[in-house]
Design a protein. Structure first.
Length: 298
């Protein structure tokens, strides 16, 4: 997702919110100490709760091959499913395409295509199933899930890009002057999410913030947008004993031999007719998964 806050990115992301490179041959390795704790004396399987937006959902644009089947959520997989498979964790993934940090926490507010759409139409969740069915907000689901699944050992959060995209679509200057307040909103909402998980659900195990990538590391504007968004998330996370999965750096390293272009490197969805979408390809999701696995257990 292009975080340059440009008019071009508004058009791209608005389309994706409403609605094939080969995977790299790398399998993440669990940290030994963490792997040993996956199964307790009772043999109970340990869980992983993955919160987020379209990236965490595994969304693909309509004009990709094979054509996505939005009626079957099981046909979409993201870094969360990769991490679960690598670490032997049972995944609960309530993420929603178009979710903002505010709509994740607060019922009835405007999202960027999850619960509702900026133009007033229905959102993705109204038309198509998510990976798990629930009523209310993602945060409400998360708190209920953690209280009823005490064997959960990992929570990840990747949220905030749609706050900026929504601002672009609904302000006269396309968020040029509102950006500082949007970043402050993301920081406040991420803090609320993490505080709720720690203090309301009493979750004492590992939380990982997953950083966003840049579409083109040769583009300073793209990079600045991603860095600003990641900075808002990361600064909010500091009081809550949270690890940071460096998705930004992982994509950058993977795109290095392609001049920093995430599309050319095969890290983004390949669109029919040429070019790339804004979501990770299978290879891109694997790169994000490795970034998460790298910090698990630390």
């Amino acid at each position: 997702m292009r975080l340059s806050f440009s008019q071009r990115s508004v058009r791209v992301v608005a389309g994706m919110a409403c609605a094939g490179a080969l995977a790299i041959g790398i399998v993440g390795q669990a940290t030994p100490g963490f792997a040993a704790s996956l199964h307790g004396p009772s043999g109970a399987h340990r869980g992983y709760l993955a919160l987020g937006d379209s990236v965490t959902f595994g969304y693909r644009e309509p004009n990709t091959t094979p054509a996505p089947n939005y009626l079957d959520a099981s046909t979409f997989a993201s870094y969360a499913e990769d991490v679960g498979a690598a670490l032997g964790l049972q995944v609960a993934n309530p993420s929603c395409p178009g979710e903002t940090s505010l709509s994740l926490t607060t019922p009835g507010v405007q999202s960027n295509g999850c619960e509702n759409s900026p133009g007033g139409g229905p959102g993705y969740r109204s038309a198509y199933p998510l990976h798990v069915h629930y009523k209310g907000t993602q945060l409400q689901y998360a708190l209920s899930y953690l209280k009823s699944h005490p064997n959960t050992r990992l929570v990840s959060l990747m949220i905030g890009a749609n706050d900026a995209f929504l601002c672009q679509e609904t302000t006269a200057d396309h968020c040029a002057s509102e950006l500082p307040s949007v970043l402050a909103q993301i920081k406040a909402n991420v803090a609320l999410i993490l505080s709720s998980i720690r203090h309301r659900a009493h979750f004492v195990h590992q939380i990982v913030i997953v950083n966003y990538y840049s579409l083109d590391y040769a583009n300073a504007t793209d990079n600045a947008g991603s860095v600003a968004l990641n900075g808002a998330m990361d600064s909010a996370a500091k009081p809550y004993h949270v690890q940071i999965a460096d998705g930004y750096g992982a994509f950058q390293a993977a795109a290095l031999q392609s001049g920093g272009n995430s599309c050319t490197a095969g890290l983004l969805t390949q669109l029919n007719g040429g070019g790339c979408g804004v979501h990770p390809s299978v290879a891109g999701q694997a790169v994000l998964a490795l970034a998460v696995e790298k910090v698990v257990g630390k």
